[in-house]
Design a protein around this ligand. Sequence first.
Ligand code: GDP
Length: 193
Amino acid sequence: PLFLLNLLYILMDDAFDEECDYLFKAVLIGDSGVGKSNLLSRFAKDEFRLDSKPTIGVEFAYRNIKVRDKLIKAQIWDTAGQERFRAITSSYYRGALGAVLVYDITRRSSYESVGKWLVELREFGGEDMVVILVGNKCDLSESREVDKEEGKAFAEEEGLCFMETSALKNLNVEQVFLQMITKILEITSQRSL
Ligand code: GDP
């Protein structure tokens, strides 16, 4: 599976659209059931969705997006449930410049896992990886178990961006990915100066 994943990634690189200024890879991570797949399909709107790869256990979607006059091809990877078996490997993170680290505001245990995912991101991701902490399902305020302020304070401590979203109601989803892509773009263009 590792070999297939790498091969897949190389093929994806080859699929890089000449018209695009940048191709960015970013990953979604967080406990199972927090809403990662729904956030991704909201963002990708199924427009550039390729086949899911159940045998490999990773799904991804593309979206072309214009930020600061640059055409970005954002390639976003989803775990396709592998996090349940703690089967995420370093290939999943390889080459990723950004990560959306998701918890469910109605499930405290998913928030308590954030630290563990962050350790993994920092171990396998690049030093400059842009991480956005996302408290999803903010439409379910009556079942809230994690205060917004708590998520925000943790993000500040760790130097992460923070947002609450609802994939269901399509609240802040576009903003999360836009913020991540803009930050990646800033870092990338500073580097190439
Ligand atoms: P994943 O395992 O992290 O990929 O999570 P999924 O995207 O499969 O979502 C898990 C469950 O949460 C599904 O039943 C979704 O319908 C539900 N869900 C996802 N996002 C939201 C949201 O923003 N609000 C609500 N109320 N439910 C959501």
